[in-house]
Design a protein around this ligand. Structure first.
Ligand SMILES: Cc1cc2nc3c(=O)[nH]c(=O)nc-3n(C[C@H](O)[C@H](O)[C@H](O)COP(=O)(O)O)c2cc1C
Length: 210
């Protein structure tokens, strides 16, 4: 009887998950990579298809970010996701005016490594854990994305552009809470390049001490 009950609960849970998902989310059910494989195969992706990331998938990415560990569960972060072409093109135009040479890069379409979807991550200016919390949140988001075949790339380079006077209207559109500073942008999109080989890591940086 107990076993029958458990089976029933599992079936209902599965129906709820599948029933609630749109087509793009359904494709991913059961295809998630294992955590370790996911971590070791993620690479920064620097060219993307034009199609924005499906918003339902992106909602899951945001949720995974917000479930990151964070000091005293104060959740000292703000995440804003943008896929509006006028935003991406507008900020790109400002960046090109400031640094005309960036537009000379082969295949250049925008300053977010051609990503159609960008997350902006911010934390309070005065916070002992904000930057750390946001780092954990960012990695959660990038790994969650990768598990669904969505590439990503952290972009520190977009922060000075977003903080420039010309980009003020775009920064305001992010509606960051008072006293928050922008830490990083994260490009998200479906890769339009081969997945790069692993970048070398110095394994001597971590070891047991006896
Ligand atoms: C805080 C931060 C800022 C970064 N800024 C940039 C950037 O402006 N442009 C870029 O192409 N990559 C940027 N990266 C990506 C790193 O270059 C990349 O993670 C690193 O080279 C390791 O490669 P992998 O991500 O493929 O393992 C940034 C990464 C971090 C964590």
């Amino acid at each position: 009887m107990k076993r029958f009950f458990k089976f029933g609960v599992a079936i209902v849970a599965l129906l709820v998950v599948v029933g609630c998902c749109s087509e793009c989310a359904k494709e991913c059910v059961g295809k998630e990579q294992t955590v370790i494989e996911n971590i070791l195969t993620r690479r920064s992706i620097r060219d993307y298809k034009a199609e924005p990331v499906c918003r339902e998938q992106m909602a899951k990415v945001i949720e995974c970010g917000l479930y990151a560990p964070n000091a005293m569960n104060k959740q000292t972060w703000a995440v804003r996701v943008v896929d509006a072409p006028d935003f991406i093109e507008g900020v790109t135009a400002i960046a090109v005016e400031q640094m005309p040479r960036i537009a000379e890069q082969e295949g250049f379409r925008n300053i977010f490594r051609n990503a159609p979807t960008v997350a902006f991550i911010a934390c309070p200016e005065e916070s002992y854990s904000g930057e750390y919390d946001c780092g954990l949140l960012s990695e959660n988001m990038m790994l969650a994305a990768w598990s669904m075949g969505i590439g990503s790339c952290c972009l520190g380079s977009v922060v000075p552009v977003m903080n420039s006077e010309a980009a003020k209207p775009y920064l305001e559109r992010l509606q960051l809470p008072e006293g928050y500073k922008l830490l990083v942008g994260i490009a998200f999109g479906y890769p339009a390049q081969e997945i790069p080989a692993p970048t070398p890591r110095d394994m001597s940086k971590g070891f047991y001490v006896e």
